[in-house]
Design a protein around this ligand. Structure first.
Ligand code: AMP
Ligand code: MG
Length: 407
């Protein structure tokens, strides 16, 4: 039997970071930038008004008040997007909207709220400071300045900034495209009747969602029955759009363990027993003309989940050049005793909490690898080391923090 660490190392050594690709902005959302982006121009690109009001020469308004308003002629309108050459001479003003370019001669904006709003002769009841309500060219960033460094994960604000400096496309690490398929002649689509020993396919939903959450774009193929030919054809048809393939089921020692049978014959996937519980039967290798990596995970849902967490997620992060590869762990106080098989690393579903300023963790459901309801109620995985067979309440354990449950 292989250790978890050895199997992970084997999987990681077989994959490379995906080559950078130029993507349109929205397609790049969530991807890692792979170029240094500098400001194409100053931000803001020109000096403009931050209020709807009047562009004025502040000296003209010294002493303006409620009791002694200053009245100025309005020489024109400057809406946002204005490209004319209006200038403000002493004793004049121009009506200006938020984002409108400051006219030559003006050094301040009077908000419309300080005026009677007239469009011919405006009466102003308060004196502005010089520069007030003016947004200056380059005050956010200067032309040529590094504004989004390579390695940045692109979220909404970064996309907005890239757009603001005129970038329609950027070079990023693409999302790995992950084809997910279940195997099993017992499987039906959720919503179909389950008479006659059938069960809905849950793994492909779980793994497609997990792959998406890990930064990939998942394609859920659904399921194929335990027929070697159909399995091979389906995988071959999908390779064209896959950076990684994940199958579940059919890798143990049962009579109809078709994945092992079909891919084992092609000789590119190694089927191993990994010293872990759940998730002992694992397959990993490469397949097809582009040597596409393929994980053949066990069929029990909790086994498939834990296998994804331990092996597939780090591989997906490596493909995206994301660090760290692993989820955060904490040490927590175990709330009740647990038994664990000798020589296997056990991953128990945990409910991690903080009590009196320290982490405490309890098990959720039993250790069975079919206990999907328990998994759905867990927020963490408790790691029981390979050689440990018993832990008591009060012992310290390592806990892997999963993403928080929705809601
Ligand atoms: P296998 O690894 O194919 O022997 O499957 C092990 C157990 O997991 C069996 O009880 C299967 O019915 C169940 N199983 C396999 N694939 C899925 C799936 N996609 N969704 C839900 N349960 C599954
Ligand atoms: Mg099966």
């Amino acid at each position: 039997m292989k250790t978890v660490d050895q199997h992970l190392a084997d999987c990681l050594s077989a994959v490379d970071t995906l080559s950078p690709l130029e993507l349109r902005l929205l397609d790049a959302h969530g991807c890692t930038l792979s170029e240094d982006v500098t400001a194409t121009w100053d931000l803001p690109p020109f000096t403009n008004s931050s209020m709807d009001g009047y562009a004025v020469r502040s000296a003209d308004l010294a002493g303006a008040s409620e009791s002694a308003p200053v009245v100025l002629p309005v020489v024109g309108d400057i809406p946002a997007g204005y490209s004319g050459a209006l200038a403000v001479s002493p004793g004049q003003c121009a009506r200006i909207m938020t984002g409108g370019p400051m006219p030559a001669g003006a050094d301040a904006v009077v908000p419309v709220e300080w005026t009677d709003g007239d469009i011919v002769q405006v009466s102003i009841t308060k004196a502005p400071q010089p520069n007030s309500y003016v947004r200056f060219q380059g005050e956010d960033a200067s032309q040529g300045e590094l504004i989004v460094p390579s390695g940045t994960r692109l979220g909404p604000a970064q996309l907005a900034l890239l757009a603001a400096v005129g970038r329609a496309r950027v070079l990023v690490r693409p999302r790995p495209r992950v084809v997910v398929m279940s195997t099993g002649s017992e499987l039906v689509e959720p919503g179909e009747p389950i008479a006659g020993g059938k069960i809905p396919d849950s793994n492909s939903f779980m793994l497609a969602a997990a792959a998406n959450a890990a930064g990939a774009t998942a394609y859920r193929i659904g399921f194929v029955p335990d027929e070697p030919k159909q399995l091979i054809t389906t995988i071959e048809d999908q390779l064209i759009r896959a950076d990684l393939v994940i199958t579940t089921g059919g890798v143990s020692v049962g009579a109809f363990d078709v994945v092992k049978e079909a891919l084992g014959r092609m000789g590119t996937v190694a089927f191993d027993r990994v010293a872990m519980q759940p998730g002992m039967p694992q397959g990993f290798g490469t397949i097809g003309p582009d040597s596409t990596p393929i994980f053949t995970l066990p069929g029990n849902p909790v086994s498939a989940f834990v296998s994804f967490e331990m092996f597939v997620r780090p591989v997906l992060r490596r493909m995206q050049a994301l660090e760290p590869l692993h989820r955060p762990t904490v040490r927590a106080v175990l709330q009740s005793a647990v038994q664990s098989p000798d020589g296997k690393r056990q991953f128990l579903r945990g409910d991690l909490d903080v009590e009196d300023g320290r982490y405490v963790v309890s098990t959720v459901g039993g250790p069975g690898s079919h206990l999907l309801a328990g998994l759905a109620n867990a927020n963490s995985l408790i790691v029981v080391p390979d050689e440990t067979t018993h832990l008591s309440a009060g012992d310290a354990v390592t806990v892997i923090m999963l993403e928080r449950r929705a809601g």
